[in-house]
Design a protein around this ligand. Sequence first.
Ligand SMILES: NC(=O)c1ccc[n+]([C@@H]2O[C@H](COP(=O)([O-])OP(=O)(O)OC[C@H]3O[C@@H](n4cnc5c(N)ncnc54)[C@H](OP(=O)(O)O)[C@@H]3O)[C@@H](O)[C@H]2O)c1
Length: 329
Amino acid sequence: MEKFRWGVLATGWIADQLAAAINSQPDAVCLAVGSRSQDSADAFGEKWGIPRRYPTYEALAADPDVDVIYIATPHNLHYENMKLCLNAGKHVLCEKPLTVNAAQAQECMELAREKGLFLMEAMWMKFIPAIRQMMKWLGNGRIGTVQLVQANFAFNIPFNPHSRLYDPALAGGALLDMGIYPATLVHLVLGKPDRILSAAHLGETGVDELNTAIWQYQSGAQAVLLSTQRLERPCEAFITGSQGYIKLHHMFWHAQTLTVQQVGGKPEVIQLPYEGNGYGYQVREVHDCLRAGKLESAVVPHVDTLEIMTLLDEMRGQWGLKYPEEQAI
Ligand SMILES: NC(=O)c1ccc[n+]([C@@H]2O[C@H](COP(=O)([O-])OP(=O)(O)OC[C@H]3O[C@@H](n4cnc5c(N)ncnc54)[C@H](OP(=O)(O)O)[C@@H]3O)[C@@H](O)[C@H]2O)c1
């Protein structure tokens, strides 16, 4: 069987999850890893059985035997990392958010298209069975016309001004790290809103520690989105229609339990476990697209990624939050 040869760029928390997911696919091999240090590359390579271990991202991108690179650096680095990999002729799966703003995302998509390379945001939520089931129910009218979506992503992450989530230089803040999930879910169900009202509390490092938004639609539908890195509460999502509602249970972006209730009926609770750690579906999608010669995924198309980035830009614009690389703009 032909195996896709993966390179992993960075060795942090999510890189571990993806290395496990890639290794679990029969048609994939983790061939190489690139890190800012040889020690990290070696430790990661040892842990996941990766034979080629590079002390720079440039060396990884230059490996002629790597087909596709998975990028797992902090958000603000995705833009330069993607350009490095695409310019080296590699297909790319890049962590969410694809970039810190829509302009950067568009540039990377254009570069991928120009080079004839595949590029996808690692929006794994869209592939898990619970989300697929929700879309099936919505498609067959199980809850009627959707009029309200509510989605919360709320964790209390200890304050550390130098950590990824609190450091503006690493594009910290709840919106890009967490809020992208409520935004992607609402966009999946209702599409692009006609109007956004958003507010945020910017903490002492200047990043959004708590943000809320209402997305309004001309149809009369509304969505209420919340993300915070300072408060903990159940991270559920409710999709409510004229004939009932669907609830995606705690940690809705990788829910394994759903409830559906039709008006006047009894709640039906369904368990839909995902395979492995849940990240393998998106790896398979990359393989399927590459085999079919596609440059983008129909499940996570560029147009959706770009539209969602534009909506996040609009929310940040309403709060006046710019990341350091945007200050001169
Ligand atoms: N899909 C998901 O479920 C999920 C979950 C968590 C995070 N993410 C996304 O994945 C990305 C990474 O998140 P993470 O939680 O894995 O972060 P992390 O644990 O902090 O790892 C980030 C890695 O990036 C590299 N890096 C390069 N420059 C860095 C810098 N200046 N500061 C810190 N690290 C730097 C480091 O690897 P080397 O030292 O090897 O270069 C580091 O280990 C983020 O964009 C995040 O949104 C996705």
